[in-house]
Design a protein around this ligand. Structure first.
Ligand code: DHB
Ligand code: MG
Length: 229
Protein backbone atom coordinates (compact mmCIF):
# COMPACT_ATOMS: atom_id res chain seq x y z
CA UNK A 1 0.00 0.00 0.00
CA UNK A 2 1.59 3.21 -1.06
CA UNK A 3 -0.88 6.04 -1.12
CA UNK A 4 1.82 8.66 -1.70
CA UNK A 5 2.99 6.85 -4.81
CA UNK A 6 -0.56 6.36 -6.13
CA UNK A 7 -1.27 10.07 -5.63
CA UNK A 8 2.01 11.07 -7.27
CA UNK A 9 1.29 8.88 -10.30
CA UNK A 10 -2.22 10.35 -10.52
CA UNK A 11 -0.60 13.79 -10.51
CA UNK A 12 1.82 12.78 -13.26
CA UNK A 13 -0.96 11.38 -15.45
CA UNK A 14 -3.06 14.51 -14.98
CA UNK A 15 -0.12 16.73 -15.80
CA UNK A 16 0.67 14.79 -18.95
CA UNK A 17 -2.80 14.15 -20.31
CA UNK A 18 -5.31 16.61 -18.85
CA UNK A 19 -5.52 20.20 -20.02
CA UNK A 20 -5.37 22.88 -17.35
CA UNK A 21 -8.95 23.52 -16.28
CA UNK A 22 -9.61 26.61 -14.19
CA UNK A 23 -13.38 25.97 -14.20
CA UNK A 24 -13.06 22.51 -12.67
CA UNK A 25 -10.33 23.70 -10.29
CA UNK A 26 -12.72 26.40 -9.06
CA UNK A 27 -15.51 23.85 -8.62
CA UNK A 28 -13.28 21.73 -6.38
CA UNK A 29 -12.11 24.79 -4.46
CA UNK A 30 -15.71 25.92 -3.89
CA UNK A 31 -16.70 22.44 -2.75
CA UNK A 32 -13.85 22.38 -0.26
CA UNK A 33 -14.64 25.91 0.97
CA UNK A 34 -18.28 24.91 1.49
CA UNK A 35 -17.21 21.89 3.53
CA UNK A 36 -18.50 19.22 1.18
CA UNK A 37 -16.98 15.80 1.85
CA UNK A 38 -13.81 15.37 -0.26
CA UNK A 39 -15.15 12.37 -2.13
CA UNK A 40 -15.52 13.68 -5.67
CA UNK A 41 -13.95 11.59 -8.40
CA UNK A 42 -10.39 12.51 -9.33
CA UNK A 43 -9.56 14.47 -12.48
CA UNK A 44 -8.25 11.34 -14.20
CA UNK A 45 -11.46 9.50 -13.33
CA UNK A 46 -13.48 12.45 -14.60
CA UNK A 47 -11.69 12.27 -17.92
CA UNK A 48 -12.41 8.55 -18.01
CA UNK A 49 -16.12 9.24 -17.53
CA UNK A 50 -16.04 11.87 -20.29
CA UNK A 51 -14.39 9.33 -22.56
CA UNK A 52 -16.98 6.67 -21.67
CA UNK A 53 -19.74 9.08 -22.73
CA UNK A 54 -17.94 9.77 -26.00
CA UNK A 55 -16.94 6.16 -26.73
CA UNK A 56 -20.52 5.09 -26.12
CA UNK A 57 -21.93 7.97 -28.22
CA UNK A 58 -24.28 8.61 -25.32
CA UNK A 59 -26.79 11.37 -25.91
CA UNK A 60 -28.46 11.06 -22.52
CA UNK A 61 -26.86 10.46 -19.14
CA UNK A 62 -28.38 9.91 -15.71
CA UNK A 63 -26.20 10.52 -12.65
CA UNK A 64 -27.10 9.42 -9.13
CA UNK A 65 -25.21 11.53 -6.59
CA UNK A 66 -24.30 15.00 -7.86
CA UNK A 67 -22.32 16.16 -4.82
CA UNK A 68 -20.83 19.52 -5.92
CA UNK A 69 -21.27 18.86 -9.64
CA UNK A 70 -17.67 17.93 -10.44
CA UNK A 71 -18.42 14.55 -12.05
CA UNK A 72 -21.57 16.05 -13.58
CA UNK A 73 -19.46 18.52 -15.55
CA UNK A 74 -17.08 15.84 -16.80
CA UNK A 75 -19.97 13.64 -17.92
CA UNK A 76 -21.86 16.51 -19.57
CA UNK A 77 -18.78 17.58 -21.49
CA UNK A 78 -18.73 14.20 -23.23
CA UNK A 79 -22.21 14.73 -24.68
CA UNK A 80 -22.76 15.83 -28.27
CA UNK A 81 -24.69 19.05 -29.02
CA UNK A 82 -28.30 18.50 -27.97
CA UNK A 83 -27.30 15.88 -25.38
CA UNK A 84 -28.87 15.93 -21.95
CA UNK A 85 -27.93 14.91 -18.46
CA UNK A 86 -30.18 14.43 -15.44
CA UNK A 87 -28.42 14.39 -12.07
CA UNK A 88 -29.94 13.54 -8.69
CA UNK A 89 -28.79 14.91 -5.35
CA UNK A 90 -30.33 14.35 -1.94
CA UNK A 91 -28.65 17.20 -0.04
CA UNK A 92 -30.11 20.64 -0.88
CA UNK A 93 -26.89 22.31 0.23
CA UNK A 94 -24.78 20.22 -2.15
CA UNK A 95 -27.31 20.76 -4.92
CA UNK A 96 -27.16 24.53 -4.49
CA UNK A 97 -23.40 24.49 -4.92
CA UNK A 98 -23.69 22.07 -7.83
CA UNK A 99 -26.06 24.46 -9.61
CA UNK A 100 -23.43 27.18 -9.40
CA UNK A 101 -20.76 24.76 -10.61
CA UNK A 102 -22.85 23.64 -13.57
CA UNK A 103 -23.58 27.28 -14.47
CA UNK A 104 -19.91 28.19 -14.24
CA UNK A 105 -19.17 25.44 -16.76
CA UNK A 106 -21.81 26.83 -19.15
CA UNK A 107 -23.92 23.67 -18.86
CA UNK A 108 -27.26 25.07 -17.65
CA UNK A 109 -28.96 24.04 -20.88
CA UNK A 110 -27.59 20.50 -20.76
CA UNK A 111 -28.00 19.51 -17.12
CA UNK A 112 -31.20 19.08 -15.14
CA UNK A 113 -30.54 18.79 -11.41
CA UNK A 114 -33.26 17.22 -9.25
CA UNK A 115 -33.07 17.52 -5.49
CA UNK A 116 -34.30 14.76 -3.19
CA UNK A 117 -33.57 11.16 -2.29
CA UNK A 118 -32.88 9.31 -5.53
CA UNK A 119 -35.18 6.45 -4.54
CA UNK A 120 -38.02 8.99 -4.58
CA UNK A 121 -36.91 10.81 -7.73
CA UNK A 122 -36.23 7.70 -9.83
CA UNK A 123 -39.88 6.52 -9.84
CA UNK A 124 -40.91 10.06 -10.80
CA UNK A 125 -38.47 10.08 -13.71
CA UNK A 126 -39.85 6.73 -14.78
CA UNK A 127 -43.44 7.96 -14.56
CA UNK A 128 -42.52 11.05 -16.57
CA UNK A 129 -41.04 8.88 -19.30
CA UNK A 130 -37.65 10.50 -18.81
CA UNK A 131 -35.75 7.41 -19.89
CA UNK A 132 -34.26 5.44 -21.34
CA UNK A 133 -30.80 6.86 -20.73
CA UNK A 134 -27.78 5.80 -22.78
CA UNK A 135 -25.49 5.87 -19.76
CA UNK A 136 -26.13 5.85 -16.01
CA UNK A 137 -23.49 6.73 -13.41
CA UNK A 138 -24.29 5.44 -9.92
CA UNK A 139 -22.31 7.33 -7.28
CA UNK A 140 -24.71 8.07 -4.42
CA UNK A 141 -24.98 6.38 -0.99
CA UNK A 142 -23.65 2.85 -1.26
CA UNK A 143 -26.32 1.36 1.00
CA UNK A 144 -28.89 1.97 -1.72
CA UNK A 145 -26.85 0.69 -4.68
CA UNK A 146 -29.12 -2.37 -5.02
CA UNK A 147 -32.21 -0.16 -5.35
CA UNK A 148 -30.35 2.19 -7.66
CA UNK A 149 -29.45 -0.69 -9.94
CA UNK A 150 -33.06 -1.84 -10.08
CA UNK A 151 -34.31 1.61 -10.97
CA UNK A 152 -31.47 2.10 -13.43
CA UNK A 153 -32.67 -0.96 -15.32
CA UNK A 154 -36.16 0.52 -15.49
CA UNK A 155 -34.62 3.64 -17.01
CA UNK A 156 -32.43 1.69 -19.48
CA UNK A 157 -32.72 0.18 -22.92
CA UNK A 158 -30.62 -2.44 -24.67
CA UNK A 159 -27.24 -0.77 -25.02
CA UNK A 160 -27.36 1.34 -21.87
CA UNK A 161 -24.03 1.49 -20.08
CA UNK A 162 -24.27 1.44 -16.28
CA UNK A 163 -21.19 2.59 -14.36
CA UNK A 164 -20.96 2.20 -10.58
CA UNK A 165 -18.37 4.04 -8.51
CA UNK A 166 -16.76 2.79 -5.28
CA UNK A 167 -17.32 -0.91 -5.76
CA UNK A 168 -14.10 -2.06 -4.05
CA UNK A 169 -13.77 0.16 -0.99
CA UNK A 170 -10.17 -0.84 -0.20
CA UNK A 171 -11.31 -4.45 -0.28
CA UNK A 172 -13.91 -3.99 2.47
CA UNK A 173 -16.38 -5.76 0.19
CA UNK A 174 -14.51 -9.03 0.85
CA UNK A 175 -15.09 -8.95 4.59
CA UNK A 176 -17.73 -11.57 5.40
CA UNK A 177 -18.79 -9.49 8.40
CA UNK A 178 -20.00 -6.82 5.97
CA UNK A 179 -23.40 -8.45 5.73
CA UNK A 180 -23.85 -8.11 9.50
CA UNK A 181 -25.82 -4.91 10.18
CA UNK A 182 -23.55 -4.27 13.17
CA UNK A 183 -20.37 -4.31 11.04
CA UNK A 184 -19.92 -0.60 11.75
CA UNK A 185 -19.76 0.87 8.28
CA UNK A 186 -23.46 1.74 8.10
CA UNK A 187 -24.12 -0.99 5.59
CA UNK A 188 -21.85 0.43 2.91
CA UNK A 189 -20.01 -2.80 2.08
CA UNK A 190 -23.22 -4.82 2.37
CA UNK A 191 -24.87 -2.49 -0.14
CA UNK A 192 -22.02 -2.93 -2.59
CA UNK A 193 -21.96 -6.70 -2.09
CA UNK A 194 -25.70 -6.90 -2.79
CA UNK A 195 -25.12 -4.75 -5.90
CA UNK A 196 -22.66 -7.40 -7.17
CA UNK A 197 -25.14 -10.17 -6.39
CA UNK A 198 -27.87 -8.42 -8.33
CA UNK A 199 -25.53 -7.89 -11.28
CA UNK A 200 -24.49 -11.53 -11.12
CA UNK A 201 -28.11 -12.71 -11.16
CA UNK A 202 -29.22 -10.27 -13.84
CA UNK A 203 -29.32 -11.95 -17.26
CA UNK A 204 -29.99 -8.63 -18.97
CA UNK A 205 -26.64 -7.12 -17.96
CA UNK A 206 -23.10 -8.15 -18.88
CA UNK A 207 -20.81 -6.75 -16.21
CA UNK A 208 -17.32 -6.53 -14.83
CA UNK A 209 -15.51 -4.36 -12.29
CA UNK A 210 -12.05 -2.90 -12.38
CA UNK A 211 -10.02 -2.06 -9.29
CA UNK A 212 -8.34 1.32 -9.27
CA UNK A 213 -5.64 2.96 -7.19
CA UNK A 214 -4.93 6.66 -7.23
CA UNK A 215 -5.43 9.82 -5.25
CA UNK A 216 -8.62 8.34 -3.77
CA UNK A 217 -6.93 5.17 -2.58
CA UNK A 218 -7.95 1.67 -3.59
CA UNK A 219 -11.42 1.43 -5.05
CA UNK A 220 -13.04 0.52 -8.34
CA UNK A 221 -15.62 0.99 -11.05
CA UNK A 222 -18.26 -1.51 -12.07
CA UNK A 223 -19.31 -1.53 -15.72
CA UNK A 224 -22.51 -3.13 -16.87
CA UNK A 225 -23.84 -3.21 -20.41
CA UNK A 226 -27.56 -3.76 -20.66
CA UNK A 227 -27.78 -6.39 -23.37
CA UNK A 228 -31.52 -6.88 -23.54
CA UNK A 229 -34.63 -5.42 -21.96
C1 DHB B 1 -17.45 7.89 -0.43
C2 DHB B 1 -18.38 8.10 -1.42
C3 DHB B 1 -17.98 8.19 -2.73
O1 DHB B 1 -18.86 8.35 -3.75
C4 DHB B 1 -16.66 8.10 -3.07
O2 DHB B 1 -16.31 8.21 -4.37
C5 DHB B 1 -15.72 7.89 -2.08
C6 DHB B 1 -16.12 7.79 -0.76
C7 DHB B 1 -17.87 7.79 0.98
O3 DHB B 1 -19.05 7.99 1.23
O4 DHB B 1 -17.05 7.51 1.81
MG1 MG C 1 -17.94 7.92 -5.60
Amino acid sequence: MDQDLWSAVDGYIAEQLLAPDPVLDAVLAASEAAGLPPIAITPNQGKLLELFVRIHHAQSVLELGTLGGYSTIWLARGLPPGGRLVTLEREPRYAELARESISSAGLDDVVQLRVGPALQTLPKLHAEGAGPFDMIFIDADKQNYPGYLEWSLKLSCAGTLIVGDNVVRSGAILDPRADDPNFGDDGVAAGVRRFYELLADEPRVSATAIQTVGAKGHDGFALGLVTAL
